[in-house]
Design a protein around this ligand. Structure first.
Ligand code: NCD
Length: 309
């Protein structure tokens, strides 16, 4: 299967060959981003619409930059100031945008499954930029690219994911993608934030202590504590959360000496990760950001018919 002409809605069902092809192409686009002149004519004349109906900094800006660096015309839409705030339905909005002859619609939406619904109603190709608690496939890809750059391979890596897994589409896309690539995952977080089906559906190991989760890990990924959920009784008090689930340099001693620390951002500095670890040599958080532009450029390129070799 090739990506040309396909929607990209999640990592579920995407083969290891395709993931490798995207990561390989991303390396080329990362090199382009490092040049003084960061623009190539590859997608001249193509139109990419970024529809972000939920807050976003890095994902939205990296999709915008990716399109610009490939010379595509990019237009951005957010919820405030658009007709979605006047009560227009999602499908009607999508069909309106489609009528303007978009080649690709990139969508972020608070409802799980929204990109799938849109994909059924438009001619444009749809890329999921994060939907509810479902998937965030380009984040999974940029995370895997970052790991592959550090270790040279994904197969056999031990990846620990710590934090609020229930609300995390980032965790889900990573669990799915890493399994496809032959890495092993384990997760640790508050009991109330550990979906029961994790082990079964995602083939991951649910740990009962931070020690069990981190021991021998190549990669330690922590997730944003979604403070907006603090009031719902799902979480202990902030300081308590930080004490049990927060990562710091001391906890990292449990992982391999060459282990890296990842975070999809935005970070609550000092809550899920200590400032010192975040700014220290093990942190690859800014590499993740850089790789985000490269992965999104690669995906636009491949979906719009670029050569996978
Ligand atoms: C995440 C998201 O929105 O899913 N951020 C991101 O895209 N890099 C994670 C989060 O908001 O916690």
């Amino acid at each position: 299967m090739s990506l040309a002409g396909q929607h990209f809605l999640g990592l579920r069902g995407v083969s290891a060959d395709i993931i490798h092809a995207i990561l390989d192409a991303s390396e080329g686009f990362r090199d382009i981003s490092r040049r003084t002149i960061k623009k190539v004519p590859t997608l001249r004349g193509r139109t990419v619409l970024n529809v972000f109906l939920e807050n976003s900094t890095r994902t939205r800006i990296s999709f915008e930059l990716a399109a610009k660096r490939l010379s595509a015309d990019g237009v951005n839409m957010s919820a405030s100031g658009s007709s979605t705030s006047k009560g227009e339905s999602l499908v009607d909005t999508a069909q309106t945008l489609d009528a303007m002859q978009a080649d690709v619609i990139v969508i972020r939406h608070g409802q799980s499954g929204a990109p799938q619904v849109i994909a059924k109603h438009v001619k444009a190709r749809v890329i999921n930029a994060g939907d509810g608690r479902h998937e965030h496939p380009t984040q999974g890809l940029l995370d895997m690219l970052t790991m592959r750059q550090r270790f040279g391979h994904l197969e056999g890596l031990q990846v620990a994911i710590v934090g609020d897994v229930t609300h995390s589409r980032v965790a889900r896309s990573n669990l799915i993608g890493l399994k496809t690539m032959g890495a092993q995952t384990r997760v640790f977080g508050p009991n109330t934030l550990m979906p029961r089906e994790l082990a079964e559906v995602y083939g991951t190991t649910v740990c009962t202590s931070l020690r069990e989760c981190l021991e021998g890990a190549h990669v330690v990924m922590t997730l944003r504590l979604q403070k907006e959920r603090m009031t719902s009784g799902l979480l202990p008090e902030l300081r308590e959360y930080s004490r049990v689930y927060g990562l710091n340099s001391n906890a990292m001693k449990l992982a391999r000496p060459d282990a890296i620390v990842m975070h999809p951002g935005p970070v609550n500095r000092g809550v899920e990760i200590s400032a010192e670890l975040m700014d220290g040599p093990q942190s690859v958080i800014l590499d993740q950001v850089e790789n985000g532009v490269a992965v999104r450029a690669a995906l636009l390129y491949l979906i719009l018919g670029g050569d996978e070799s």
